[in-house]
Design a protein around this ligand. Structure first.
Ligand code: UGA
Length: 430
């Protein structure tokens, strides 16, 4: 099939490359000429395992990027994968989505025959039906349900394993009340579903929009709950990880997302939980459990710093920060727990020396004045305390590097360092 994807950010590029891998001809439309040139040259514009290989294989061939919306008319289905950034009150800014829908609609006005538009971006319930579909219909002059069909198909891709997640989903959600859109979405996903036991969920657009938020809100709240339980565990000298391993054996709980520690970050959980809270408040519902999930998450970096304070006064002293990205496997520092941790250390007048295998450059934009070094060993040398914020595998292998610390206090926010003789070790929840 001929597909077009509007937007070549993290979701758009991954989805475009994966659809090309499934055998479709894909046109990726973006306003940024440098991104377009990069994809056509076979280079991925973002760091994501497996994506480079796919773009190298199909870029400039089955996968083409362009700044020209007109090429969309040669395709059967368009996916809208534009950003929906947060406003100050947590609600999402639909500016890019509305502008994209307007340009797409105007392009479709000159297309003979029907077209299916699929919203891929995370948007609050009602956005597709009440905001985007009317813009598309008005700009294109086409009639909804006749020659214009609209659907919502949320993504569940994790950074660091987005390609793998796309190709091996546990569910695919088609939200639409149009039979044409449902049929076409089945045809788009057929090569994937043929080799997969993923469930296909056929539902309405509003439900599809909410499924995405509910999925992320549930997981974020699950981690906050396990963090709260972990905080209590620590006070009672209980190992929270042994408790988590045991409760995870109960199928009703499940073993994933039970790692307690310094909390959740990234571009999705914080933004989506905030958007859901804002959406609830907009209809005068106070979502107490979601608010509590955010509160617990905000508390964890403070607890980590309190634990450090209980062993060492860091004012004027060098402190090592191990890990800067919001999770291992990515250089993304958006909402990383390292940000409040570094802010807290700077408030205490500590001299921060940070290390991350890939994320230092991105963190430099937030904290240009702290010191960044090239190895974990270099952060630890002469430090009067170390905090672990990201569970990079390489930290698990650290050993005699701790001997070079001036004061070997280690507060581990991710259960990655092994307790050993010669260091004062504090786990955040164990
Ligand atoms: C998340 C979801 O997992 C994806 O399904 C979803 O598609 C994506 O958001 C999105 O909305 O686009 P992602 O933000 O890439 O994916 O990362 P996760 O692996 O979910 O981790 C989120 C945060 O939770 C990280 O900071 C991680 O360190 C933390 N976490 C995760 C824990 O603290 N403990 C755990 O047990 C698991």
């Amino acid at each position: 099939m001929n597909l077009s994807i509007v937007g070549s950010g993290y979701v758009g590029t991954t989805v475009a490359a994966c659809f090309a891998d499934l055998g479709h001809n894909v046109t990726n439309v973006d306003i940024d000429e440098s991104i377009v040139a990069r994809i056509n040259d076979g280079g991925a514009p973002i760091h994501e395992p497996g994506l480079d290989d796919l773009v190298a294989e199909y870029g400039g061939d089955r996968l083409r990027a362009t700044t020209d919306y007109d090429t969309i008319r040669e395709t059967d289905v368009t996916f809208l994968a534009l950003p929906t950034p947060s406003r100050d009150d947590g609600s999402i800014d639909l500016g890019a989505m509305e502008a994209g829908a307007r340009s797409l609609g105007a392009t479709l006005a000159e297309k003979d025959g029907d077209h299916v538009v699929v919203v891929k971006s995370t948007v609050v319930p009602g956005t597709t039906e009440e905001t985007l579909a009317p813009i598309l219909a008005e700009e294109s002059g086409k009639a909804l349900g006749e020659d214009l069909h609209v659907a919502m198909n949320p993504e569940f891709l994790r950074e660091g394993s987005a390609v793998e997640d796309f190709l091996h989903p546990d569910k695919v959600v088609f939200g639409t009340d149009s039979e044409t859109a449902t049929e076409r979405l089945h045809a788009v996903f057929e090569p994937l579903l043929d080799h997969s036991d993923a469930d296909v969920v056929e539902t309405g657009t509003r439900e599809a929009e909410m499924i995405k938020y509910a999925n992320n809100a549930f997981l974020a709240t699950k981690v906050s709950l396990v963090n709260e339980l972990g905080n209590v565990c620590k006070e009672y000298d209980v190992d929270a990880y042994e408790v988590a391993d045991a409760i995870g054996l109960d199928d009703r709980i499940g073993e994933q997302f039970l790692r307690s520690g310094v909390g959740w970050g990234g571009s999705c959980f914080p933004k989506d939980v905030a958007a859901l809270i804002a959406a609830a408040r907009a209809v005068e519902y106070e979502p107490s459990l979601l608010e509590a999930a955010v509160e617990v998450n905000d508390k964890q970096p403070k607890r980590l710093l309190d634990l450090l304070d209980s062993h060492v006064d860091v004012a004027g002293k060098q402190v090592a920060v191990l890990g800067l990205s919001f999770k291992p496997g990515t250089d993304d520092v958006r909402n990383s727990r390292a940000i409040p941790v570094i802010e807290g250390l700077l408030d205490r007048n500590a001299e921060v020396v940070a290390y991350d295998p890939v994320a230092a450059e991105n963190m430099r934009e937030h904290f240009p004045d702290i010191e960044y070094v090239n190895s974990a060993a270099a952060t630890l040398e002469d430090a009067h305390g170390a905090v672990v914020v990201t569970d990079w595998d390489e930290f698990a292998a650290l050993d005699q590097e701790f001997d070079a610390m001036a004061d070997a206090v280690v507060v581990d926010g991710r259960r990655i360092i092994e307790r050993r003789d010669g260091i004062t070790y504090e786990g955040l929840t164990w």
